[in-house]
Write a protein that binds this ligand. Structure first.
Ligand code: 26Q
Length: 812
């Protein structure tokens, strides 16, 4: 049931006026747009706070089981619009602002994105929180309050420049500091053993510590009065150090602890699908995990008479990849060292509490920490990992008495390193992949030995996205149109979109649908004009690839194909081709040279093509600066074509693919990740599939029998575009500029770009042909929206709840 409090416009305007005066000593009509934003945000917070308190009272009263979603990343984006949407008062507040002479779009644009994440994994966490609150499940998100989030990207002379993301500079209206729940987190030192009543007690000594202080952000459920919490931890120095202190040792320590507190939460590591083996990263991981686990145990004890032995009945920890995996050992430490439980009992509780989600098979993303570093930073936790490992090896040997190779392949401590995935699997009662193909690959290959030993642990949870942000908020025209056709139940039950299927052959509906797409293209064209100063024609086909820049995602293949098209048009000036705008958006990790060079190439190609009068508007290339959640909403809404072209087997799931589909853009893509399931829902004939299958890719890799030079030698188109990488065609000032890309393609082509090129080219040709038939295209576009019900994160969360967490819905 949608709960909609009667919205009192007069009251809201009064609140707004009063908040503005209180915050800025100004009347609304004198306030800057940023000040108006703040005043609106505080007024919306006023409308959230009672429900927030009541929700948590209800959880306690009903003694509800709680999931703690542990994640180094929460890519929340902007809060204001989303909160207004979920409070079901978006239109009313927009009208209020209209009447006061303010444009809500401009007000929303004042808010910085909360970019506490890199890409897919962080955004998934944000979508999950939205669904958990909307479905009424008790949940906390636990993370880090980074002082600087994902860097802002500037494009300077075609190259990426990273600028710090000072997202808190104007304060964060929605957060609340909860100083009363601060806890201490200890690093370093050594472990002493003391005997107490014949029992060994392990005590960490001479450590450094920081004070972890939680900040809470409300997570508003859609129209149900429920408000969950995202709890992100800040670090403060433990002791305010005393400048008068004459004790040199104490003084030194105080300074060090201040530095530790400052550096630990300073910045998000901007690596996506790549492990940065930095000491500070491990500190960050332990910092937020120790704080979150300590607090969860404290809270449980308070509500359950101080006894922790049934913790798993009321608490689940979901580990978002291996990044929070130290939770397994930290919970053991608390149960054994602090609560005095026996090892076996503690292990039983731990392995009934923790569950692990794997998000990648990319080997460079696998987390491994040198024992030396791990044990120096976390001496007691390391001892516990050693004991977990010792017992696990015994178990492996029991299962495979005559096979030492199993110990080598499965041990947690191996080759001087801590293998975090192995710790996560061993310490969890559930291990899941994020799309069917991905989970199959985990079970058959990557984690085969673990799967054979404990098959019941393994399960699939295909990812999803929240339609509240990516349709209702991001594409209001389409959202209203859908509601006018089938009612608004889709907002909380995305399956209902299937009722649109009866309209796909209706010509009037088709033209309404495409007219909305056109208006969204006009909106994006305006954004591109303002931000890139490029004119794009909203009547051209908007072909979009927006995602993190990574070789396996193959943005390079996309731009090579654009180069090929350009050659074709040059050679055949009257060639009949559907005018296209190729839109890219991508951040590269700061130290990832190949990725950064690819950005340069895209911009160089854009420069040349966009300024070639000969092309006459047939091709445009746009690189959208600083791709992030807020401009993503504009791009998905405006897209005609969704590029999901990763090397098969490499993209665990993808979620951008689902956002495009929801907004009516067909996919050009490989049979990878969740694309497989998208095609299953929408039908082969309504997608443009090409390239090697995952099996074929893995077969080549096993046999080492793919030779990119063979493709180069036989495919004239490939030869021509590759040559243009090194003859200065796109870099006359420095012909060698793209040499590294050329070499990588010819010598390894790790991601099968040349191998798949021709098949990609043919798929693009099919797109060109299909787009010419307006009605058929409209039908295909509508089919995307109508058949994407499965890809709601509401469905995903229901599966996590039923199969893994076993939560009860809360009744308010
Ligand atoms: C690890 C160690 C040290 C520093 C950084 C990291 C690190 C950080 C982020 C490793 C990986 C990530 C991010 C991974 C990620 O976003 N994976 C994506 O997860 C999505 C949600 O499941 C999937 O849809 C994508 O397919 C997957 O690539």
């Amino acid at each position: 049931m949608i709960k909609k409090k009667k919205f009192d416009k007069k009251l809201f305007k009064k609140q707004l006026e009063s908040n503005c005066r209180m915050l800025f000593r100004r009347n609304l009509d004198e306030a800057t747009p940023q000040q108006v934003y703040q005043a609106v945000a505080y007024s919306v917070k006023d409308d959230i706070i009672d429900n927030w308190i009541d929700t948590h009272k209800a959880y306690e009263k009903q003694d509800a089981k709680m999931v703690y979603y542990m994640s180094m990343e929460f890519l929340m984006g902007r809060a204001l619009g989303n909160n207004m949407i979920n409070l079901v008062c978006y239109d009313e507040i927009r009208e209020c602002l209209d009447e006061l002479g303010f444009d809500l779009n401009i007000i929303e644009d004042q808010e910085p994105d909360a970019a506490l994440g890199n890409g897919g994994l962080g955004r998934l966490a944000a979508c999950f929180l939205d669904s958990l609150a909307t479905l009424g499940y008790p949940a906390y998100g636990c993370g880090i309050r980074y002082r600087y989030g994902m860097f802002k990207q500037k494009i300077v002379n075609g190259a990426q420049k990273e600028v710090p993301d000072d997202w808190l500079k104007n304060g964060n209206p929605f957060e609340i500091k909860r100083d009363e729940y601060a806890v201490e987190v200890k690093f370093g030192g050594y472990v002493d053993v003391e005997m107490h009543d014949g029992k060994a007690k392990y005590i960490q000594k001479n450590y450094q510590s920081v004070r972890a202080v939680p900040y809470d952000m409300p997570i508003v459920g859609y129209g149900n009065g429920i408000v969950n919490t995202l709890r992100i931890w800040d670090a403060e120095a433990v002791n305010n150090f005393n400048l008068d202190s004459f004790d040199k040792g104490e003084y030194q320590k105080a300074v060090e602890q201040e530095n530790l507190a400052r550096t630990i939460v300073e910045v998000l590591y901007p690596n996506d699908n790549h492990m940065a083996g930095k000491e500070l990263r491990l500190k960050q991981q332990y910092f937020f995990i120790s704080a979150s686990v300590q607090r969860a145990v404290q809270k449980y004890k308070l509500l359950h008479g101080g006894d922790v032995r049934k913790l798993h009945e009321k608490v689940a920890f979901q580990l978002n990849d291996t990044h929070p995996t130290v939770a397994v050992a930290e919970l053991m430490r608390i149960l054994v060292d602090e609560e005095g439980l026996e090892w076996n009992e503690a292990w039983d509780i731990t392995t009934k509490t923790c569950a692990y989600t794997n998000h990648t098979i990319m080997s460079e993303a696998l987390e491994k920490w040198p024992n030396e570093l791990f044990s120096r930073l976390l001496p007691r936790v390391y001892q516990i990992v050693e004991e977990i490992n010792r017992r696990f090896i015994l178990e492996i040997q029991k299962n495979y008495p005559n096979d030492q190779s199993k110990v080598a392949s499965m041990a947690i401590l191996y080759d001087g390193q801590v293998r975090m995935a192995h710790l996560a699997i061993t310490g969890s009662y559930s291990v899941n992949g994020v799309a069917r193909l991905h989970t199959d690959i985990l079970m058959k290959r990557e984690l085969k030995d673990f799967y054979q030993m404990q098959p019941k642990k393994f399960n699939n949870k295909t990812n999803g996205i929240t339609q509240r942000r990516f349709l209702l908020h991001g594409n209001p025209l389409l959202a209203n149109w859908v509601t006018s056709k089938i009612g608004d139940e889709w907002i909380t039950k995305l399956d209902h979109l299937k009722h649109l299927n009866v309209y796909v052959d209706d010509e009037k509906c088709q033209s309404e649908f495409m007219n909305i797409k056109y208006q969204n293209k006009v909106r994006l064209a305006k954004y591109i004009k303002e931000h890139n100063d490029i004119d794009v024609d909203p009547r051209s086909l908007f072909d979009c690839q927006v995602k993190r820049l990574h070789e396996y995602k193959r943005q390079l293949m996309n731009i090579l194909h654009v180069m090929y098209l350009y050659n074709e048009i040059k050679e055949h000036p009257d060639m009949d081709i559907v005018p296209r705008t190729f839109i890219f958006g991508a951040k590269a990790a700061a130290g990832y040279h190949t990725a950064k060079l690819t950005i340069k190439l895209i911009n160089a190609v854009a420069d040349r093509i966009n300024n070639d009068p000969f092309i006459n508007g047939k091709l445009k290339v746009v690189f959208i600066e600083d791709y992030r959640v807020s401009n993503a909403e504009l791009i998905f809404a405006a897209a005609d074509l969704s590029e999901q072209i990763s090397t098969a087997s490499r993209e665990a799931s993808g979620t951008g693919n689902m956002k495009f589909m929801l907004n009516g853009a067909p996919t050009i893509g490989t049979m990878d990740g969740a694309n497989v399931e998208i095609v299953e829902e929408v039908g082969q004939e309504n997608a443009f599939i090409f390239g090697l299958s995952a099996e074929e890719v893995m077969e080549y890799e096993r046999n080492h029998n793919y030779y990119p030079r063979d493709v180069y030698n036989t495919d004239e188109n490939v030869r021509k575009v590759l040559t243009q990488l090194v003859n200065g065609y796109y870099s006359p000032e420095d012909p060698e500029k793209f040499r590294a890309l050329y070499n990588a393609l010819l010598e390894q082509d790790t991601y099968f770009i040349l191998k798949d090129f021709d098949s990609y080219k043919e798929a693009q040709k099919r797109v060109d042909e299909a787009y010419r038939d307006e009605k058929a295209w409209a039908r295909m576009a509508m089919l995307q929206t109508a058949n994407c019900g499965k890809f709601s994160s509401d469905r995903t969360i229901e599966e996590y709840v039923n199969d893994i967490w076993k939560l009860d819905r809360i009744v308010l």
